[in-house]
Design a protein around this ligand. Structure first.
Ligand SMILES: [Zn+2]
Length: 208
């Protein structure tokens, strides 16, 4: 929607942003138009930290944002070498930008979208004000127990899968505050979903 210029008709994702409007300016013909430059909220964390459960718990209860699970657009093609399709994060920023033009920021749940290095370099990043990152974390023992307790069809009980997500969980706990922008985190080790959800809702309301 926003990437096609209404004046010259060319498709350009890399419009020039004039923050004063904010306006998006076509690099081809100079046509400028207003758009809503909203924040984007990202809730991440390793598999097993409670993202899906909290997302389910908040659906229909938060009217300030449009909550979406990034898994709904996942396709194996995003991982294939030399793929010509826009990257997974680029696609999600495009979706969130377009959803936001109706007036509400997007609250996005997912793992890949929670790593600032994956997101901040995207062409579509320019259409957002701040991007706020929060990661759910928990202790290694609790995380491994949750992954091994999942149904077999989810393939999350293998030693390789558990090990990968323990490392991802540790990465959030040890590196997240050194990143720019920093990732805040919420520890779900001894927190039932009924307690995590209100804390997350408060974080969302403060930033949307
Ligand atoms: Zn143009």
């Amino acid at each position: 929607m926003l990437n096609t210029c209404p004046s010259c008709g060319l498709y350009r994702a890399d419009k020039i942003i004039d923050a004063a409007g904010p306006d998006a300016i076509c690099p081809e013909c100079g046509h400028r138009h207003l758009f809503l430059r909203l924040p984007l909220l990202v809730v991440s964390g390793a598999s097993g930290t409670g993202k899906s459960a909290v997302c389910q718990c908040l659906l229909g209860k938060l009217t300030e944002v449009v909550a979406l699970d990034s898994d709904i657009l996942w396709r194996p093609e995003f991982e294939s070498p030399g793929a010509r399709a826009p990257s997974f994060c680029e696609t999600w920023l495009r979706v969130a930008k377009n959803v936001g033009q109706s007036g509400r920021p997007v609250l996005l749940f997912g793992s890949a979208v929670g790593v600032p290095d994956n997101v901040e370099r995207c062409v579509e990043r320019r259409y957002f004000a701040d991007i706020h990152y929060l990661a759910l974390v928990c202790s290694d023992d609790v995380l491994a127990g949750r992954l091994r307790a999942r149904p077999k069809w989810r393939n999350s009980h293998s030693p390789e899968y558990v090990s990968r997500h323990l490392a991802f969980n540790q990465w959030f706990k040890t590196r997240s505050r050194d990143l720019t922008p920093a990732i805040e985190f919420l520890d779900t080790t001894s927190c039932p979903i009924s307690s995590t959800a209100p804390k997350l809702a408060a974080w969302i309301r403060d930033r949307s």
